[in-house]
Ligand binder design. Structure first.
Ligand SMILES: [Zn+2]
Ligand SMILES: [Zn+2]
Length: 419
């Protein structure tokens, strides 16, 4: 079995791994590099036309663009195989318009996800299994076993063990010849509970000073977690929560799929009414208000926390709110800002349109990936003979145990590894 790194290693984006045996080949994800000004050469996974035509299928971990954005291009270049992913991933892909209903009808093969169970399917000479990886609804890891040679591979997709809402599982089977593991945060290891404490402290301080706080978040994953957290804190902290109406809709939808949810006091998977209850109560009493772009949202003067629905502020509603903020207010960024997006420019103080009385910007990361220590711990748990971190921005020296150095691989995009 051979593994070609087509993207996603030592870079944040275009996650794509080609697995080949003598008889068949498949892809694990087919993402693009996001960000303004990314050149064509960097944007797409490194695949030759012959490799694309020879593919039997693509296994997709989740709907994010950095894992799926290259799918239309694969079809343009002669791919005729099947696409595999969960039903929720299919739903999100259709909703995003990335692939047409016609293409999905012809090529999509849904993978089941029933509460508590792990599943497997035969794909040519591979036995493929999957399970929840805690990143967003519908998001999974995969294991591949090559039945001809018995070699085993684990691919985490975007993995989180820190989500407030999403549950994760580990594969029942251990001992892998190779594990490809999300290590997006590299050496920047921050404990989630400390990050949340810092975040809430910053929000409390800003509101106490008479300011307002804008948190731009993506619709899924981090957006859902922070919405649930802020909802649960409304009464204790006495603020108004104003959110993009799409976030409320997405949370209501997520609660319809308890098989993906963790059991805790914010959302109990057995009683998903808990978060719905917060939503209903806060909406009824007016401490939660929803906005969209019609009519244009006017931000209140009272202590208000706002959630807009684009993590990098590249949408009209985030911009509309930002224009109304003043020097006493705060923009709190909590996730990756792709190069040259509005959020990136704010954070790096390169946004040229700012007037004198602009709000301050802070960054406190909310973890939706693993750092290198968590990735190493996962590799150990899985008893991986070799492991390969992906999604991390830079190359790094790993200051952990000697044992980890022995098992850690350090390839580049374009390299081929024999498993
Ligand atoms: Zn993702
Ligand atoms: Zn990703």
């Amino acid at each position: 079995m051979k593994l070609k790194i087509c993207g996603g290693v030592k870079e944040y984006g275009r996650a794509c791994f080609l697995v080949e045996t003598a008889a068949h080949s498949l892809l694990l994800d087919a993402g693009v590099m996001k960000g303004n000004g990314v050149s064509g050469h960097q944007r797409w996974p490194l695949l030759t036309p012959d490799e694309i035509k020879a593919l039997s299928g693509v296994f997709i971990t989740h709907a994010h663009e950095d894992h799926t954005g290259a799918l239309p291009r694969l079809f343009d270049q002669g791919f005729r195989g099947d696409l595999y992913g969960t039903q929720l991933t299919e739903r999100y892909l259709l909703k995003s318009g990335l692939l047409s209903q016609e293409v999905m009808n012809r090529h999509w093969r849904s993978l089941e996800m029933i509460s508590g169970d792990q599943h497997q399917v035969c794909f040519h000479s591979f036995l493929v299994s999957w399970g929840a990886n805690g990143h967003m609804p519908g998001s999974v890891w995969y294991t591949l076993k090559d039945s001809l040679h018995g070699k085993k591979l684990f691919y985490s997709g975007d993995f989180s063990c820190d989500s407030l809402l999403m549950r994760y599982q580990l594969p029942a089977c251990r001992s892998y010849d190779m594990a490809i593991i999300d290590a997006a945060y590299g050496l920047d290891a921050f404990e989630q509970k400390n990050q949340l404490r810092l975040m809430m402290q910053l929000i409390d301080d800003k509101l106490a000073q008479g300011g307002r706080v804008l948190l731009p978040v993506p619709l899924q994953g981090r957006g859902m977690d922070l919405l649930a957290l802020l909802l649960s804190q409304i009464h204790r902290r006495r603020y108004t929560l104003a959110i993009d109406a799409r976030l409320e809709k997405t949370l209501q939808e997520s609660l319809q799929y308890p098989e993906w949810l963790r059991r805790n006091r914010i959302v109990d998977a057995q009683h998903p009414a808990t978060a719905s209850h917060y939503l209903d109560r806060c909406l009824a009493e007016g401490s939660l208000c929803l906005f969209d772009d019609n009519p244009p949202f006017r931000i209140p003067d009272t202590p208000t926390v706002m959630l807009s629905a684009h993590g990098m502020m590249e949408d009209d509603l985030s911009q509309c709110i930002f224009q109304q903020l003043t020097g006493k207010d705060l923009v709190l960024l909590t996730g990756n800002q792709a190069r040259n997006t509005f959020g990136y420019r704010l954070l790096n103080q390169t946004e040229t349109s700012l007037q004198g009385n602009a709000p301050s910007t802070r960054y406190i990361r909310y973890n939706v990936h693993l750092d290198i220590y968590q990735a190493a711990a996962l590799a150990t748990k899985l008893q991986a003979k070799k492991w390969l971190p992906f999604h991390q921005k830079n190359r790094f020296e790993l200051p952990i145990t000697h044992h980890m150095h022995e098992t850690l691989l350090d390839p580049n995009v374009g390299d081929v590894i024999r498993i």
